[in-house]
Design a protein around this ligand. Structure first.
Ligand SMILES: *Cc1c(COP(=O)(O)O)cnc(C)c1O
Length: 225
């Protein structure tokens, strides 16, 4: 057992933040973590929390409030969109026209222009969320016409593997899509963010052009279950 788990989280967070190149944003992927653990990364300089589930984010918002920004990094279910548009500052996981239209509609109701990323299924895995790389531009063209959303970039997970080097081709694929869409200069689309890389792969993701990394285990330790 670790004698001071909160102190450990603070040390690791401080170290990681000071090691990152300028211009790389760290999202603490906070699923399953306690309020004390989440407060520890905030106290150490983390500015963005990533959540996979709306309800879990809502519970933590009661504690953390606006001392962080809130990113949705999990698949967004249709029946959670209403709550999600109120809570989150960015939705990183838009992957269909249907979801985009529903988000736009709910953002209109609360008069919010929501920054969003399009999630790319860079491994083309049939069981995974995200849009296929070759279909991304078409989706983004459609989203450019939705006045309450602003596409600000792409996000990808990539196939999970023990060897982070295996993730590199999927990060490359996603960066190539990012560059192509940037060059297309689509109205109401501002390609700024490329969200790729997790605890074991973030260094490779940064080498391949990521400027948002999403880190859980490295900051907080292994998840139970
Ligand atoms: C959990 C999670 C992460 C972080 O994963 P770790 O391996 O714990 O760093 C990143 N992105 C998403 C979408 C996640 O669900």
């Amino acid at each position: 057992m670790d004698e001071d788990p909160i102190g450990r989280i603070k040390n690791i967070t401080t170290c990681l933040l000071s090691s990152l190149p300028a211009g790389i944003a760290l999202v603490a992927a906070a699923k399953t973590r306690s309020p004390d653990e989440v407060q520890a990364v905030i106290d150490s300089g983390v500015r963005i929390l990533g959540y996979n589930y709306v309800q879990e984010a809502e519970r933590m918002y009661e504690v953390i409030g606006n001392s962080a920004q809130w990113h949705m990094i999990g698949h967004l279910q249709k029946n959670k969109i209403k709550k999600a548009v109120r809570l989150f500052d960015m939705i990183e996981t838009v992957d269909s026209e249907e979801l985009a239209r529903e988000l736009d509609r709910h953002c209109a109701i609360v008069n919010k222009k929501m920054p969003v990323l399009v999630e790319i299924n860079s491994g083309k895995e049939s069981n995974k969320t995200g849009i296929l790389p070759e279909d991304a531009e078409q989706l983004i063209l459609c989203m450019s016409g939705l006045p309450n959303l602003q596409v600000q970039g792409l996000m990808t997970m990539g196939p999970l593997s023990g060897d982070p080097e295996h993730a590199r081709p999927y990060f490359r694929t996603t960066k190539a899509v990012f560059d192509r869409i940037s060059q297309a200069e689509i109205p109401n689309v501002s390609m700024r963010y490329l969200s790729m890389g997790m605890s074991n792969s973030y260094k490779i993701a940064v080498e391949e052009g990521a400027n948002i990394i999403r880190i859980g285990t490295l900051l907080f330790g292994e998840r139970n279950s």
